[in-house]
Each structure stands twice: as C-alpha cells, then as structure tokens.
Design a protein around this ligand. Structure first.
Ligand SMILES: Cc1ncc(COP(=O)(O)O)c(C=O)c1O
Length: 469
C-alpha cells in the first residue's frame, strides 16, 4: 500500500458526514464509502462552521445601509477576491460572475457571447453535456475526435481548428473529463486557439477540486480567457458557482437575466446597464453560497493543491492496479497505473455480464458504497468508449422514446475526493469480487422508466425515515 500523507489523513476528519453509518440490505449498518465525488463532494467542516457563523450576520447585499447589509456586501466582495486569487485571475482584467453551478455559468457565457451567423465553436467529443449543449444552441459546433483510449485526438483538434479558423470564435474544452479523468492539454489548446484568433473557455468543474487552476496573465498566449466551476464539487454545496472572464467582455452587450441590481438608472423609456459583474447577477445574490465557496477555496489553498493531487494520484494508481488485475472487470480510458498523476481520479469501469445499474445497486445496498453508473451526462463520449454502433444506438433511442431505460449502455465510475483513502478502495474491491463471483444476497429488479435497480419490494420513500425536514 502507498504511503499515506499525514496531512491528508487529517483532512478526512475535516469532512462533514465522513464515515456516516448507513443501513444495509441485511438490516445491519456500515460506514458510507463515497466514491462519487465527481458528482458532488461533501462539505468541509470549515465551510459548515463559516456558514453557521455568517447566518448571524447575513442580510441583503448591495442594498441597505444597515450594519448587516454593509457586512454582507463586504463578505460577498471578499468572496470574489478569494475566488479570483485561487484561479490565478487578474483582478484588473477579470471578473467573477457568481452562478448557481457550472451549467448556469456555461449557459450564461454561451448566451452572452456575441455569435454571428456562420460562427463556430470547437469543442471535443468528451464534454459533459453542460459544455456542449449551450454552444449548440448558439452556433455551429465542431467536436474534435476521441482516440480509443479515451484521450483527445489532438491531430483532429488541430486539423479542425486550422481548417475552420476563419469561423471558429471560441474553443470550449473541459479541464478534466468527468468520465475518464483525462486532462486535455488546456494551455497548449489555449495557445493554439489564440494563434487562430479564437478565445478559449475551460470547463473547470472537474479540474478545480483536483489541480491548481491558473488562468495565467492575460497577455500570455497560454492564458485561459473564461473558466467555469461549481462549489458543490469543491466541498461547499451551498448552491453557488462561477464564471470568470474579462471585465471588458461582460461590460459590452446586454445581460441575459435582467432585473434588480443590473442597472444604473431606468426610466420608462430607457435602461442604463451597470458595469460587470453586477450587470450579470440579476436579483439578490447567494451571499451564503459565495462565502461557503470562498471558505472552501481558502482551506484548499492552505492544504495545497499539489498535496491533494499527489494523494489522489496514489489512490488512482492503487485502484487501477487492483481493478486491472481483477478478472471480470474492464477499465475504460487510461488503464496504466504508472500514469495516474497525469489524470484526475475518476475511473470508469464495467463488470462483465452484469448490468451497470445492478452493480451500483448491490454496491449501495449491500456494501454501503456510493458510485455513479450510466452515461454521466456525457453520452457522446460514453457511446464512443463503448463503441456503440448506429444500429444499436437506434434501438436504445427507440426504447427511451417508450420510457424504457432498462439495460441501456453505460459504465460504472468511482471517483475520489481529497479525503478518500485506501480503505475506501479496498471496500469497493471486496464488493466487486463478490459481485463478479455472483456472491450477492439481494434479489433486484429494474425500474424501467429510470433504469435504476432496487431490491424487490424496496420502497425508495422509506429512506426518508433517516432524515426529515
Ligand atoms: C465536466 C463537467 N462539466 C459540467 C458539469 C455540470 O456541473 P454542475 O452540476 O455544477 O452544473 C459537470 C458535472 O458533473 C462536469 O463534471
């Protein structure tokens, strides 16, 4: 087993709800193993504490002369400074517009980008739908190809960029894949995009929790023009996220959401928009969410993103060694443990002969382990990894049309957070061994409209007895 960093061991005790007992199918209880951190991470205790504390002081932001309003306004602006600093943005050049999550930040940029007829966006075939569909609504979208190992086909990317340079206004790429953990070379991509007169937008939803994100100075050819991210993926699930980009860009044009806080002055005939970022933050902002996000990022800075990356690489290496040597398991994307430091710790895999939904259910009900299964909001990428043919796709399409999602193609995904440990991996491996040898207890059936598996007779509403509002 790899050496565990003591700082990271301490970090486990900084997580709210870590090792929470959950019920198992046989009536016993076990500590919960959360290997679904790519979806959402649990909160840090420091976030919980700061949020608890700030409630006392919370009031309206940017309006109100009372003390609490003044302090809330200051806290909201301090949160902006902390976030901009964390991502290496230049405060004179860039602004952060707070959003609800990554998807909202991406949609905001897509709507605010001044696309003209004939303009194109170059993205990749590995994107989360949130970094693909918003562009499709606004421009013609080209998708750079994916190689069989799940990595980006850089030759295809370059060919598409060069061939369509006249029309490509924006290159939108993920910082890390939520499916395979693959990290595209974002700084090389930025340089290529700039050379061809395009700007670059990096979806940092999966990168921010695992690596130091640095937008680099605005005059660098490798500068990232726009980034997006969400607090719920960085240990601060209080409903906030952000879009960072040039102040001048957002000062131009009209906001997408209009209303309170977005204007300087309004008459019945005229509107004078205020400046960025307030112009794009209509209505009362989520000051508590911003405080939570900033508190978390401050804490991550203290721990050090390099320490986190090294620990997660150790876990990824360990998990890949185990998974690739287990019969009946196929790992997708990069399978090489020695390259664990070049990716983030999201590992997609398949258990031969067992539906992914069934595996996920057995892990949850009998192992107390949370993983994700399905297509992880990245259907084109999963279809490519699984080599689904057009004929097969047509059949699946037909079934979904008839509200039958049973046995659709998909994968399982384990994904690490900074607090994950080797025992988490061992617990998963033990359960996978049981599943591959057919040694699980429950009798499961599929719920066709969702494709989820449940033990026969299980009432999903019954979990409410563990917590009610
Ligand atoms: C790479 C990537 N982009 C975008 C999103 C959407 O994030 P959000 O749920 O914060 O809108 C996700 C969510 O999993 C993601 O993994």
């Amino acid at each position: 087993m790899a050496i565990i960093d003591t700082k990271i061991m301490d970090l486990r005790s900084e997580i709210v709800g870590v090792d929470q007992l959950v019920p198992l199918l046989d009536g016993s209880q076990d500590t919960y193993v959360n290997l679904d951190n790519a979806a959402s991470t649990p909160p840090f205790k420091i976030v919980q504490e700061k949020v608890d504390e700030v409630f006392k002081w919370y009031s309206s932001v940017h309006r109100g002369a009372g003390f609490k309003s003044l302090l809330s306004t200051q806290l909201f602006e301090e949160a902006r400074e902390i976030v901009l600093d964390f991502v290496g943005a230049d405060e004179d050049h860039d602004v952060i517009i707070f959003s609800r999550n990554t998807s909202e930040a991406l949609n905001l940029l897509a709507k605010r980008f001044p696309f003209q007829p004939g303009d194109m966006v170059l993205t990749t075939g590995m994107e989360h739908h949130s970094n693909d569909l918003p562009w499709r609504a606004r421009a013609e979208v080209l998708h750079a190809g994916i190689l069989p190992d799940g990595s980006l086909d850089m030759q295809d990317f370059q060919d598409k960029l060069e061939k369509n340079a006249k029309n490509i206004r924006l290159v939108a790429v993920t910082g890390a894949s939520n499916v395979s953990g693959y990290m595209p070379p974002i700084y090389d991509i930025a340089e290529m995009a700039h050379k061809h007169g395009a700007v670059v937008s990096v979806d940092c939803a999966q990168l921010l929790p695992h690596r130091k994100v640095d937008m680099l100075p605005p005059d660098s050819p490798r500068h990232l023009d726009f980034i997006q991210f969400a607090a719920h993926k960085v240990y601060a699930p209080l409903g906030s996220g952000g879009l960072v980009g040039p102040r001048d860009f957002f000062n131009r044009g009209e906001p997408d959401y209009r209303g309170g806080g977005t204007v300087e002055i309004v008459t019945l005939d005229e509107v004078m928009w205020t400046s960025s970022p307030e112009k794009d933050e209509a209505g009362s902002p989520n000051v508590i969410g911003a405080v939570a996000l900033a508190a978390s990022l401050k804490f991550l800075s203290q721990v050090g993103m390099d320490t986190i990356a090294a620990h997660e690489a150790d876990l990824t290496r360990y998990a890949l060694e185990k998974l690739t040597s287990m019969s009946g398991i196929k790992v997708y994307g990069s399978t090489d443990p020695s390259k664990a430091q070049d990716r983030v710790g999201a590992i997609p895999f398949h258990v031969e002969g067992v539906q992914h939904g069934l595996v996920a259910a057995v892990l949850g009900f009998e192992g107390g382990i949370g993983v994700r299964d399905g297509c992880f909001c990245a259907h084109p990428y999963i279809l490519r990894l699984l080599k689904i043919t057009d004929v097969e796709y047509a059949q699946f399409h037909e079934r979904v049309m008839h509200r039958n999602r049973a046995d659709l193609p998909g994968l399982l995904r384990m994904s690490f957070g900074c607090y994950s440990n080797f025992e988490d991996v061992d617990r998963l491996m033990n359960m996978l061994e049981r599943i591959t040898s057919g040694n699980f207890k429950g009798n499961y059936e599929v719920h066709k409209p969702s494709g989820s598996y449940f033990p026969k007779g299980f009432d999903p509403g019954s979990v409410r007895k563990y917590f009610t509002i």
